[in-house]
Design a protein around this ligand. Structure first.
Ligand code: ADP
Ligand code: MG
Length: 775
């Protein structure tokens, strides 16, 4: 069948035939011509410039451009009875990039290869790198010869130079389909391509100097020079950013179109009285964000706001004020925390701050007081029943808790505001589940995070939220000094660390010692351990802890492999609370009041320990990462983190945020056995160098794959980012967001932009679009 035009929508099996089409679908998930054209080259190679062979890594599937140096054939030693192998030989071809060498191995009938791979010939060779007797080799590589020189083909000599600079695209390939087979398929599509309407509006292209789609697609696959590649990539990056931002703008608009009950502030309610009771003055940031939120809550459409702020910047107070505004106007508010420890702390501090305002209906309660309920997986039956009842009747204006809040039995009288603390511990599902608990209209939503993320990541991951940031710290905060303690190289430093802890305690202050593991279990159960392995079974909340740690442990393991630590020698299991605490109590911290905190403790015990620590009845708390988020004990000024290299950058920053919350300066000591110069040590040095959470989160992101960040949020998105880099393309993403919002404001259903609409459908998949339709 002769096709004269190929559109982006055409199925590949139709354009390329069943065999190639289904192979591309199977290996790379490419179904349409558009999919294939967005399978971009991984890199480009100029004919004159050979692939550096010394950089090849074992087990990688590679495509290299190299020159044949020599080839020799040897008989295979077939057994006499092995007639079939009589004719078999081994061919060893050595190829070079001019300095390093790589061996190509062929077995069996080798004559044809021998004839083709003449010394001096240039070829693309593809295969998986292996090693034999210390030499790197490709066994039975696939290859394609590259015509050597222009003159050899009888072309005039002055063309030779131009020919030598011709650019060869190298595609992500596999053993099932080679880079040049992909290149050929793309060539076939390009030959008959008609992209139709451009998904980027013309004015936008003109404004940002962007190529038309068709030109960009042709240039990225068949560039004439390097500047073509850059221009094509710029345009195609815009596609990715713009389509995503348009989808998010539609989502925001759809959410804003839903009805919500306005909860305007009242002049002399609980909120106003609470403000007067506050033992401190709000920071300018708290005031400003507070005003924004007060305004949001007064609107007839739901607030969807992300409040991000440095650890200790005082987000809780902002949330409490919002909750009280809702209570004042007759509604209820719910606060979801990721761990039992944090939920309990919130409960304690909020009821304490509210005082008589939280004793509604009780003796000594203020006149228009409300009640505050606490609900976690371990709340006893009686307490649970009364909390559920108070919430159901509306007597309790505020409910605080963990995952237990999500259960069906939890029913509100009139839920007006959902607050989610430490948002990064939750998924969108939890947000939605709580939101569903409002009858009729949608509740307002405030999510908080102390894991600051760069603006563009926020725009993408939380793109359907408005973002507020608390930049400054409350006055009177003390700086935290952080030092790396190399336990192996300088054992004296570790002694000194314990000495410092003793000094703090002698001065009337307290300390944390953090370990990666609980212990008392199988020694190799490193990841599963933590923190809240056991809690996970009994109570949802801390499952988030365990899961998180799991992921980070894996990251750590990968890194260890990279730096060559694992593999040859087993890493010892990380230090455990159950071992470290008695060791310290009988050793360097002898005589101090040392206690333990971890997820496997009974919830009542957790509560007792945290209260005792807060009251100053414990000097040193040896803990897992259960205290990572939110825990607020201003008198604790020192933190020693054992095996600090086992934690992620953001996690260390969070942990360290537990100290330096009061008048006295904080000190954080990162104890590690990792050696100077390793990646692990570099990370620790970075944490020691700065207390700027935003800088650290960038570092964290750079070390992780961005896809992982996105992957955790909404399905479908991760596969859509090919060229766009959230960090490197910050400016572009910001522009795209601005333009997308304007476009959606003018044309919410994209009636005038069918190609853009189609791209969004492809990006979001059917469920995502349904979400938009529901609105
Ligand atoms: P985070 O933003 O990390 O959640 P918190 O809300 O836990 O921080 O606040 C940390 C501590 O700072 C709390 O003890 C809180 O009472 C206190 N705090 C909050 N705002 C102020 C302020 N404006 N001035 C002084 N202390 C404040
Ligand atoms: Mg907090």
């Amino acid at each position: 069948m002769l096709r004269n035009v190929t559109t982006l929508r055409d199925p590949l099996v139709q354009v390329l035939g069943k065999k190639t089409g289904s192979k591309l679908a199977e290996v790379f998930g490419l179904d349409t011509a558009g999919d294939l054209l967005r399978h971009y080259p991984r890199r480009y190679q100029t004919r004159g410039e050979l692939t550096s062979l010394s950089s090849l890594r074992e087990n990688d599937h590679v495509t290299v451009l190299a020159r044949v140096e020599h080839a020799s054939r040897y008989p295979l030693h077939a057994q006499r009875w092995d007639q079939a192998n009589r004719q078999r030989e081994r061919l060893e071809v050595s190829v070079t990039d001019g300095t390093a060498r790589l061996t190509l191995m062929f077995f069996g009938r080798v004559t044809l290869h021998m004839r083709q791979l003449q010394p001096g010939v240039l070829g693309l060779f593809a295969g998986t790198v292996s090693s034999f007797r210390g030499r790197r080799q490709l066994v039975h590589p696939e290859y394609e010869l590259v015509p050597q020189t222009a003159t050899a083909q009888g072309v005039a000599a002055e063309l030779a130079a131009e020919y030598a600079t011709e650019i060869i695209p190298i595609y992500p390939a596999s053993s099932k389909i080679s880079s040049w087979a992909i290149s050929r398929s793309i060539g076939m599509v390009l030959d008959t391509l008609d992209v139709g309407e451009d998904l980027l509006p013309e004015e936008l292209r003109a404004k940002y100097d962007l190529w038309p789609l068709e030109l960009a697609l042709r240039a990225i696959h068949r560039p004439e020079d390097r500047s073509d590649i850059a221009k094509a990539q710029k345009r195609l990056r815009w596609d990715e950013a713009f389509v995503m931002q348009t989808a998010l703008a539609q989502r925001r608009k759809a959410a804003a179109a839903m009805p919500a009950v306005p909860r305007p502030p009242v002049p002399d309610g609980i909120a106003a009285e609470f403000d007067q009771r506050l033992p401190f003055t709000l920071t300018a940031g708290q005031e400003r964000v507070g005003q924004t939120i007060a305004h949001d809550l007064s609107c007839a459409y739901p607030m969807n706001r992300l409040l991000q702020g440095e650890v200790g910047s005082g987000k809780t107070v902002v949330a409490v004020r919002a909750m009280l505004q809702v209570v004042d106007s007759g509604g209820q508010a719910v606060l979801l925390a990721p761990t039992e420890v944090l939920a309990q702390q919130h409960y304690r501090s909020i009821t304490q701050l509210l005082g008589p305002l939280a004793a509604g209906g009780q003796l000594g309660g203020a006149e228009h007081a409300t009640r505050v309920g606490l609900l976690t997986g371990s709340t006893g039956i009686k307490a649970r029943r009364s909390a559920l009842m108070e919430v159901f009747t509306g007597d309790a204006g505020i409910l605080i808790g963990t995952h237990a809040l999500l259960e069906d039995r939890v029913q509100f009288n009139d839920l007006g505001l959902v607050v989610i603390d430490e948002q990064h511990r939750f998924g969108v599902e939890q947000r939605d589940a709580l939101r569903e608990k409002a009858a009729g209209a949608r509740p307002h939503v405030l999510v908080m995070t102390a894991t600051p993320i760069p603006r563009t990541v926020a725009m993408t991951v939380f793109g359907d939220l408005e973002v507020s940031t608390l930049a400054e710290m409350p006055a009177g905060r003390s700086p935290i000094a952080t030092h790396v303690v190399p336990a192996l190289e300088r054992p004296k430093f570790l002694d000194r660390a314990w000495q410092r802890v003793r000094e703090e305690v002698a001065a009337g202050r307290q300390a944390y010692v953090v370990c990666p593991r609980i212990g008392g279990d199988a020694p190799d159960d490193a990841a599963g351990d933590d923190a809240d392995g056991t809690d996970a079974a009994s109570d949802g909340p801390d499952a988030a802890d365990g899961g998180d740690l799991d992921a980070r442990e894996t990251a750590g393991a990968a890194e260890a492999r990279e730096s060559g630590q694992a593999g040859n020698e087993e890493r010892r299991p990380p230090l455990a609370v159950l071992d470290v605490a008695p060791g310290l109590a009988d050793g360097p911290l002898n005589g101090l009041r040392v206690e333990m905190m971890h997820g496997r403790l009974h919830p009542d015990e957790k509560d007792r320990v945290m209260t005792a620590f807060k009251d100053g009845d414990i000097d040193v708390l040896v803990s897992t990462t259960v205290i990572e988020v939110g825990v607020d004990v201003p008198n604790a000024t020192a933190m020693v983190i054992m095996d600090a290299d086992r934690f992620g950058v953001s996690q260390l920053h969070q942990l360290r945020g537990r100290v330096g919350r009061g008048q006295a300066p904080g000190i954080c000591l990162l104890v590690t056995e990792s050696e100077a110069g390793t990646k692990a040590r570099e990370r620790l040095d970075a944490v020691a160098e700065t207390t700027d959470g935003f800088r650290l989160s960038r570092l964290d992101l750079l070390q992780r794959r961005e896809g992982d960040v996105l992957g955790a949020t909404q399905a479908g998105r991760n596969s859509s980012l090919k060229l766009l880099r959230l960090l490197a393309d910050e400016e572009l993403i910001a522009f795209a967001r601005e333009e997308a919002s304007a476009l959606v404001d003018a044309d919410p259903h994209l009636t005038a932009h069918p190609a853009l609409q189609e791209a969004i459908v492809l990006l979001l998949g059917p469920e995502g679009v349904e979400f938009l339709d529901k609105a």
